[in-house]
Design a protein around this ligand. Structure first.
Ligand code: GRF
Length: 205
């Protein structure tokens, strides 16, 4: 299956997807497009190094969000991608886009949702003082950071943790579980019943 990865920044999750899914010839997944809203995103560089087609769709080049979303959809269709994987994509996709690709857009978030949604999931958890935070992979729906949860992994917060050390632990888990979830969805091993998601043959954790 051909997938599109949307990223705005560093692209470490993209790199994990390249290394674990795109590069190994025995895995039936090809990253057919890496799309970014930021021309300078290092994610684009990672894609180029791996020989993956890239596209830049800048929000300010469009009159409104619908037009921006439509430009993204056009790239996805042009590259024949069937699954959309958000990996640090800092733009919200509108309701029409989400409806069009219902059940085919995944996101990863650096906290145990519904705790600490938004752009600072790691810092917010640390400042709140929780002892356990983690990683969530979920389907994208209209409401931000709120779609059905596919996988969650806990990460313990140690007394000496800083935002940097906690981020390191969280990213290590992200890089481990995101490729597994993408593969499970691509292989049709993920079933949604209302809010509950079931992964065959076993949950990813
Ligand atoms: C990750 O922590 C992810 O959970 C969040 O954005 C960050 C992206 O990091 N959505 P990277 O660009 O993949 O390194």
């Amino acid at each position: 299956m051909r997938i599109a990865v949307l990223a705005s920044g560093f692209g470490s999750n993209l790199q994990a997807l390249i290394d674990q899914l795109h590069a190994p010839p025995e895995v039936p997944i090809e990253i057919g497009l890496v799309l970014s809203d930021r021309p300078k995103a290092y994610a684009l560089e990672r894609a180029r190094k791996a020989g993956i087609p890239t596209a830049i769709v800048r929000f300010r080049d469009y009159s409104d969000r619908r037009a921006f979303d439509a430009a993204i959809a056009e790239q996805i269709e042009r590259h024949g991608c069937e699954l959309i994987v958000l990996a640090g994509f800092m733009r919200i996709l509108g309701p029409e886009f989400v409806r069009r690709y219902a059940g085919r857009v995944l996101n990863i978030h650096p906290s145990l949702l519904p705790a600490f949604p938004g752009t600072h999931g790691i810092r917010d958890a640390l400042e709140y003082g929780v002892k356990v935070t983690g990683v969530t992979v979920h389907f994208v729906e209209e409401e931000v950071d709120a779609g059905p949860v596919i996988a969650q992994v806990p990460v313990f917060v140690d007394p000496e943790d800083t935002e940097e050390t906690l981020a390191e632990k969280i990213h290590a888990q992200e890089h481990r579980i995101y490729p597994q979830v993408v593969l499970a969805v691509a292989e049709g091993r993920v079933r949604v019943e209302g809010r509950r998601v079931f992964v065959e043959p076993e949950e990813i954790r």
